[in-house]
Design a protein around this ligand. Structure first.
Ligand code: B12
Length: 224
């Protein structure tokens, strides 16, 4: 792997947003953190999509494994999450294609009881960058509020994110409520998040499951 990408990943795992952060085990104060390294990678013309998919996302996956093994606690996950959020802010303008047409209104939300928003934010940013008019409703959004937003904005797409096995069932509630409201046929329901699979997506009657934002763009394009 490119050394700079490796450094970004390591610093994200260590929860170091910038050079003022110490890091967990050793005092790394003064050495570049995630934000400085991401800026450097952009200066070196490393594609922003590579920074996301080869450094930041695998870094968060490792943080998840460390949490599972009991080595990391919630505050450690939060420190890495903050790195991810700051890095996404820096990458956002670079992920936007300037020569794009409006591909339609896309409402996106993390489902009820679920506070994970890093993946949703990345998907929203990349969809926005590729020409969708994205309305982000935030985290822990209940089915009623999602369906209201779809109705109000006359969105053609709704994207649902869930990271917890205990919250994924809320996706079906959204689909059921879209049916009850008589607008199910007017909207493409796209689902994603670590515990979601193609099989689950079909079981709950979603239109499309995507592994990540790039997969979502490809699949949406095929349907258009
Ligand atoms: C960061 C993190 C947190 C942070 C979240 C901060 C934030 N602002 O989001 C904090 C510390 C708050 C947190 C809290 C908790 N967490 Co947490 N968390 C994580 C962690 C480490 C990373 C998630 C992440 O951001 N990944 C990086 C992003 C880029 O990936 P992603 O979210 O999967 O998104 C990608 C795809 O899934 C997809 N995608 C996502 N959404 C969508 C939507 C659409 C429409 C599409 C098309 C695609 C798509 O595209 C994205 C980009 O590639 C995961 C571990 C993991 N490996 O997932 C645990 C994890 C999800 N958390 C877990 C747990 C248990 C919790 C807590 C219950 C812990 C606790 N005891 O309090 C709480 C629950 C809080 C709540 N009610 O939501 C477990 C879930 C276990 C399970 N099976 O349900 C995990 C798997 C950790 C583990 N291995 O045990 N967490």
């Amino acid at each position: 792997m490119n050394q700079l990408l490796d450094e970004i990943k390591k610093n994200l795992i260590a929860g170091r947003v910038d050079s003022e952060d110490e890091g967990f085990d050793e005092d790394l104060t003064g050495q570049p953190g995630v934000t400085e390294l991401v800026k450097k990678a952009l200066e070196e013309n490393i594609p922003p999509a590579d920074i996301l998919t080869k450094a930041l996302t695998p870094g968060m996956e490792e943080v998840g494994e460390l949490f599972e093994q009991g080595e990391y606690l919630v505050p450690d996950m939060l420190a890495s999450a903050e790195c991810m959020a700051e890095a996404t802010k820096i990458l956002k303008p670079h992920l936007v294609d300037t020569d794009i047409q409006n591909k339609g209104k896309f409402v996106i939300a993390t489902v009820e009881e679920d506070l994970h928003d890093i993946g949703k934010n990345i998907v929203g940013t990349i969809l926005y960058g590729s020409g969708y008019d994205v309305q982000d409703l935030g985290t822990s959004v209940n089915a009623q509020a999602i369906v209201e937003a779809v109705k109000e904005s006359k969105a053609q797409y709704v994207g649902l994110s869930a990271l917890l096995t205990s919250t994924m069932h809320h996706m079906k509630e959204v689909i059921d409520l879209l049916k009850e409201s008589g607008i199910r046929d007017q909207v493409t329901v796209c689902v994603g998040g670590a515990p979601i699979s193609e099989e689950f997506s079909q079981k709950i009657g979603a239109d499309l499951y995507a592994e990540d934002a790039f997969d979502a763009i490809q699949k949406l394009e095929k349907r258009a």
